[in-house]
Design a protein around this ligand. Structure first.
Ligand SMILES: [Fe+2]
Length: 259
């Protein structure tokens, strides 16, 4: 795939992601982990790269989730949770039936990345190998990334606890074979994680390489719209204070002149 097409995909994924994460690095990490795990599972380099790129759109459907649900700081109610769960099908429907193999793969990932090996996932409740392989890969790395990442409401989990949870999910939440491959290659996964940790203050607007880790550029600002909004609010406040001071000085000057 050519660079402009890859960039379009990444930017589309970023647009969806920008509403609920800090820098959008989540999708880049998912891309790198998915590519890595797919290759370690024996898939070809090209197919693994395609899977990695398609994985960036796994949460595209969140674009349709209202802010009060998507960014709710506390626990979701049952009805809010039902709304949240619609992101799988919404994202998939927006991507499906394309002429592009990559977008069709992205549609499959969007639909299946919350399915569980034992059939207790959503939206379809399918089990085992009924769940497309690409969805099983993204399901595993998505959970790993969520646990290793800081969120406004939680610290990253310690590694031992994450490994224990993934082991525990082997054969219930996750594909058992894939879990084994993931754990056997944990060092490689951790290298990717550490690489991103080092570059957390970097932006990847320019980094649309297939391997997802090599062409980052320094970001002067966070891409978080909340932070940008805060900055804008501070700017507007400072500007209005300045205008008010100038106004007061001007009125004083006019009064003095009239006296
Ligand atoms: Fe999701």
């Amino acid at each position: 795939m050519k660079r402009p097409q890859r960039e379009t995909i990444i930017r589309l994924a970023l647009a969806a992601e920008s509403r609920d994460t800090d820098t959008g690095l989540h999708i880049k990490r998912i891309q790198s982990y998915s590519t890595f795990l797919a290759e370690k599972s024996g898939l070809s380099h090209e197919y693994s790269l395609m899977l990695g790129l398609a994985s960036t759109l796994h949460d595209l459907g969140k674009i349709a989730i209202p802010d009060n649900v998507l960014n709710k700081p506390g626990k979701l109610t049952a009805s809010e949770w039902e709304i949240m769960k619609t992101h799988s099908a919404v994202g998939s429907n927006n991507l499906a039936n394309s002429r592009s193999d990559l977008l069709n793969m992205a549609a499959i990932i969007a639909m299946s990345h919350h399915e569980r090996w034992d059939g207790s996932g959503y939206p379809l409740g399918i089990a085992g190998k009924e769940i497309p392989f690409v969805g099983r890969v993204v399901s595993l790395v998505d959970v790993f990334d969520a646990l290793t990442s800081a969120r406004p409401y939680k610290e990253p989990w310690p590694l031992e606890k994450i490994v224990a949870l993934i082991r525990q999910g082997r054969g219930s939440q996750f594909d058992p074979e894939l879990t084994d491959i993931f754990l056997e290659n944990l060092q490689g996964i951790l290298l990717i994680r550490d690489e991103f940790l080092k570059k957390e203050t970097l932006s990847f607007v320019d980094s649309v390489n297939d391997d997802g880790s090599k062409s980052m550029v320094t970001a002067k600002e966070s891409t978080n719209p909340a932070k940008t909004g805060k900055k804008r609010a501070v700017g507007i406040f400072s500007l209005s204070m300045m205008m008010s001071l100038i106004g007061k000085s001007w009125m004083k000057f006019c009064r003095k002149r009239d006296m």
